[in-house]
Design a protein around this ligand. Structure first.
Ligand code: ZN
Length: 368
């Protein structure tokens, strides 16, 4: 099974040089090869028709000779352009044949716009103790985290965003054992506003304080940005700061959601979650922040793919299932329950319970 994991890198200045060069050489090679095979005669016919083999010949006999500095970095990096351009042209011509209005002719690449390169030959890179080796780079690059899955590394793609470098690994793994031991039969999960998640067995997962603080910091920075003059030095600086914080927050949120989804899929055979109508909820400002903050869509995605790996069932409760308004003791449904009501009190049987726990229990009892 192939799984992907993206890790931030902590390159030294020398390593940054290499990574930038590799991005630049890849881009240069792409742009030259693309331009060559895009030339048209007066009648609008391509002078050099693209085929993968023609691309290979052009690469070996022209580009690599003329731009011998391609070999400053691993040669597989620029050579990948042949495959990548082939995929782009193939898709373009297929769409043209299908009569698509927007077939998407392969575009030139610009510096600073999705800078990236990849290595697909596992002999040309490896990872040991959180250190990434790339061919022709003398030192290993420090990684912020280890790769999450054990197994054979098939590919690494290095990308640059907001001044940071990331390595996205494709791993062939057989680490997940579907026949896990002693799991509990079922759980309902209420994704919270106050807490990250409340489980029907009473367990509560809190949002991390670190994440909450960073979100507060982010909002403050955004307010200060709005007071700065567009295009000024201070504006650019504040913008970069915000971008960096965004990445930090995204990483922290992802880590928490991985923890939660790991726990759920390792512990329970059946997991019931709500089908939150995220679009509808976004209309409510207070809720929208909470939903955006916990990244509900991402949580669901994590749970779903790990459920496949660990062989458990995910049940998505119908979007109109009144998980919060139903009494988990007697089944009576309340007409009105506002977001402020943190405690559920049943008008019929007098049952009193934490609102989120009540919802989680109802989800656990849900039958489609
Ligand atoms: Zn009741």
């Amino acid at each position: 099974m192939l799984l992907a994991h993206k890790v931030e890198l902590r390159p030294t200045p020398d390593q940054v040089d290499y990574l930038n060069k590799a991005c630049g050489h890849y881009r240069h090679c792409w742009n030259h090869m693309r331009a060559w095979f895009s030339q048209q005669d007066a009648d609008g016919h391509y002078i050099f028709k693209w085929t993968k083999d023609a691309g290979y010949q052009f690469y070996m006999k022209v580009l690599r000779v003329e731009f011998s500095w391609y070999s400053e970095v691993s040669s597989v990096i620029t050579r990948n352009v042949i495959d990548d351009l082939d995929a782009a042209f193939t898709q373009f011509f297929r769409k043209v044949r299908q009569g698509s209005k927007n077939p998407g002719y392969p575009k030139p690449k610009k510096r600073g716009d999705r800078d990236r390169f990849s290595i697909r030959d596992s002999a040309k890179f490896d990872v040991k103790n959180k250190m990434l080796r790339i061919e022709k780079l003398k030192t290993r690059i420090d990684m912020r985290q280890p790769i999450r899955f054990g197994g054979k590394l098939k590919r690494v793609t290095i990308s640059k965003r907001a001044g940071k470098y990331f390595a996205s690994f494709l791993v062939e793994t057989d680490e997940y054992d579907p026949k896990d031991v002693n799991r509990q039969p079922s759980v309902g999960v209420d994704v919270g506003i106050k807490s990250l998640a409340t489980l029907s067995n009473g367990e509560v997962f809190e949002n991390s304080r670190l994440l909450r603080n960073n979100l507060r910091k982010l909002r403050k920075l955004q307010r200060s940005l709005s007071r700065k003059v567009r295009g000024s030095n201070g504006y650019a600086k504040a913008k970069l700061k915000i971008q960096k914080l965004h990445f930090l927050i995204a990483r922290q949120r992802e880590a928490i959601l991985h923890q939660l989804s790991d726990y759920l899929t390792k512990t329970f055979d059946r997991i019931v979650i709500e089908d939150l109508n995220v679009k509808g909820m976004m209309k409510n400002r207070k809720l929208s922040r909470a939903i955006a903050d916990v990244g509900f869509g991402m949580l669901r995605q994590f749970i779903e793919y790990k459920a496949v790996l660990r062989n458990c069932i995910v049940v998505i409760a119908d979007r109109f299932f009144p998980s919060s308004k139903t009494c988990s003791n007697c089944g009576q449904v309340k007409k009105i329950l506002t977001l402020k009501d943190r405690i559920f009190e049943c008008d019929a049987c007098g049952f009193v319970i934490d609102r989120d726990l009540n919802a989680a229990i109802n989800l656990n009892n849900y039958t489609a």
